[in-house]
Ligand binder design. Sequence first.
Ligand code: FAD
Length: 317
Amino acid sequence: VTELVGSLSADEKYFCCEFFPPKTEQGVENLIGRCRRLVDLGALFVSVTWATGGASAEQTLQLATRFQREIGVPTVLHLTCTNMDREILDHALATAKAAGIRNVLALRGDPPRAEYKQQSELHCAKDLVAYIRKEYGDYFCIGVAGYAEGHADGAVSEQSVEKDMPFLVEKVQAGADFIITQLFYDAEKFIAYEKQCREHPSGVLNSMPIIPGLMPINSYPSLLRSAKLSSANIPPCVLQHFDHIDTKDDVQVKAAGVKIICDILQKLHESGTQGVHFYTLNLEKSVAEIVTKCNMVHMLRNEREELPSSVESLATW
Ligand code: FAD
């Protein structure tokens, strides 16, 4: 990821897409098609989620392998470390390496459960980053999660960027290379967060990619649910888009959602942000519309046509 981002000039914008493993074979085939089309539009890389505890381990690994090998798109494998056996983790890392996957997003996952007999010393994302570095050296480019509004472990009142910052710095000092943030709807919050990261006295966040996470809006209830789950504030300038439409009509809501995400992206671009990570929920159309409207399509597609086809060469592209 860092090589890809580093190869762009400062004014080039990029996007990447997150998918989760579908439950059925047909679902996987449909998703391969969607991913391929988003890659054709210029997605710089894609990522595949991992269910806490490793419940989706095989499905995640199979999907990530197909993205990397069949589509030839650099793929980020999400991995969590709590409530999970070490063998599952070791198997995932070995499988990823064998598949030519060079990127991992190292996460804690759900908070440790009291009843779970933790078999490893990997309690939080920082421990996972250090473990991957110890076992694999520099083979993997490692990403970690950031929280533009602070991480809300249970009590929303304790949510604060200041409280989180030392943990983010520790993850980076343990060996992380890039950051993808939790979704948000308030561009100003991300801009302030990025500034805080850049100015952190440790200096370790000065120049590393901090990729903002955005989720296209597919229905009004799903917007409210996603905001609640991720403890994201929905500012009035976003909510007012729904004042004059029927919030039960998903077509109208999606169209408003595209406008909302484009507005957020424009503010981010004006502040100098280059990239965006889309939480796609395995859907394609809104992402395609957003990147088209925000002029993020053309540059990479033109370059991609000249790309070598082998997975090995793509890994270093
Ligand atoms: P950490 O960085 O370990 O910590 C999270 C927070 O816990 C810190 O910010 C801090 O507030 C607190 N904390 C950490 N260490 C300490 C300490 N030593 N003492 C006290 N407090 C501490 N979850 C999944 O299950 N699967 C996925 O695929 C997945 N993908 C994600 C992708 C992105 C981009 C993001 C942002 C999140 C994703 N998550 C996923 C969710 C993630 O697992 C949760 O947000 C989890 O609660 C925290 O993970 P973390 O890696 O940020 O944890």
